[in-house]
Write a protein that binds this ligand. Structure first.
Ligand code: MN
Length: 434
């Protein structure tokens, strides 16, 4: 009888489900392994055998700034401290803590995060003196200053001219760099900006000494290929490091962020659970795991705390995480259909990505029984757990499972055991414990 706890590819497995009479694995301790596990790429054949598109990718988290701009979300001082602490401990490269000029409370929260975290903290500022002074006074290492560059925003949001925009951008970059802070400049609404003007702005702020240029797809209209071309062009016109900020209006935020990295950007702005303005930003968890698992590129981030981080942000933001959300949704590592569940019991790589396991993100794999479960499957599940049910008992338990599933309730192993006990099913033998 095997009590092997290794999967076919060397990663540890942690089922909450009993995986059959041969093996019973129950809540193993966290396996000792490198900070960012990389599973062998030789696992793949075909489309995924190339992994040299990117060399590195840095993560700029804007959960506390753009994320907080989600309609209905307001983080308290303590919420911000707690989220920032986890982001910091995980190794996030930059934390955008807020907009210091906004209010005294915001200023204090940003100042507190800047002094209590070891990573780079960033504060947002318009190209306005008061904003920039507030950001500098808050003690952040990086000031992120932004101005609209699209004609629609220059005219109908700022009520200014292109000339004003360039002048204020240059003045702001100069003030920030003179003060000794790292400067990030954003031409807001870059993806709807006249290209020649955008390049003029980029060249002007580069000459003024900005350290970073962030290209925001403020209204979410980019596509992966168009964004790639755009970022390549931006990189060709500046010596500053390039960062991208993408929005999910068409569900393309993470794809666009990755496209930006492929095109030469060093860093992407993301938010946990993809919260943010309108449909939100590129998701922290999607971006990090795609870089780690699909691109096989080490971010240095402790991915095993992703679920914990996601749950904290879910609670504090009051934005419920949908079950089908990539990486962090309840269904992300759940299996119900017979073929999938059977495959996963044998080897989780059959119907999961293989390069991303629940253990890597601190989640748990679940095998779910539901409305469509049949007597065959129920008998199998019961026998796997050492029960010897009669035909009548199998029918009784199956009826309970179906009723439960029809009420849109999730049936856990514990539920199944309870149904079996209530139906008086006999158990044949003791389980093998590890
Ligand atoms: Mn935004």
């Amino acid at each position: 009888m095997s009590t092997d706890t290794s999967s076919h590819h060397g990663g540890s497995v942690r089922f909450i489900y009993d995986v059959g009479p041969r093996i019973r694995i129950q809540c193993l301790h966290k396996a000792t392994r490198p900070l960012t596990p990389v599973r062998g790429v030789e696992f793949f054949q075909g489309t995924l055998d190339s992994t040299d598109e990117i060399e590195s990718a840095r993560v700029f988290d804007t959960t506390l700034r753009d994320g907080e701009q989600s309609p209905g979300t307001s983080f308290s001082y303590d919420d911000k401290r707690e989220i920032a602490a986890v982001l910091d401990e995980m190794g996030t490269h930059v934390i955008e803590a807020g907009f210091p000029v906004n209010s005294e409370a915001e200023f204090e929260a940003v100042r507190d995060i800047a002094s209590s975290t070891s990573t780079t903290t960033c504060g947002l500022a318009r190209v306005v003196d008061d904003d920039i002074e507030a950001a500098l006074d808050s003690g952040v290492e990086m000031v992120h200053t932004f101005v609209s560059t699209s004609d629609v925003q220059i005219e109908d949001s700022m009520h200014a001219t292109r000339e004003d925009v360039v002048q204020r951008a240059v003045d702001s970059v100069e003030r920030i760099t003179e003060a000794g802070a790292t400067c990030m400049f954003s031409p807001m609404d870059a993806t709807r900006t006249d290209e020649a003007f955008l390049i003029d702005v980029i060249e002007a702020v580069s000459e003024a000494g900005t350290d970073w240029i962030n290209i925001p797809d403020t209204c979410g209209v980019a596509t992966p290929n168009r964004f790639r071309v755009m970022i390549e062009k931006v990189c060709a016109h500046t010596d500053a490091r390039v960062d991208v900020h993408t929005h999910d209006d068409f569900g393309l935020a993470t794809a666009n962020a990755l496209s930006g990295i492929e095109a030469g950007a060093d860093q992407a702005q993301v938010s946990v659970n993809s919260i943010g303005e309108r449909a939100g930003n590129a998701a922290y968890e999607e971006f990090v795991m795609a870089v780690e698992s699909v691109y096989q590129c080490d971010t240095g981030i402790d991915t095993t705390r992703i679920m914990e981080l996601s749950e904290i942000v879910e609670e504090k933001s009051s934005i419920e995480t949908p079950g089908n959300k990539p990486v962090v949704g309840d269904n992300a590592f759940s299996h119900e259909s017979g073929i999938h569940a059977a495959g996963v019991i044998e080897n989780s790589d059959t119907f999961e990505p293989g390069v991303m396991t629940p253990e890597m993100v601190g989640a748990t794999r679940r095998l779910v029984m539901g409305k469509h479960t049949g007597t065959h499957s129920v008998r199998e599940r019961l026998e796997e757990r050492g029960y010897v049910p009669t035909d009548d008992e199998v029918r009784t338990v199956t009826r309970r499972v179906k009723d439960y599933g029809a009420e849109k309730r999730r049936i856990t192993v514990e539920d199944l055991e309870r149904f079996a006990k209530e139906a008086g099913v006999e158990r044949q033998r003791e389980e093998v414990q590890i």
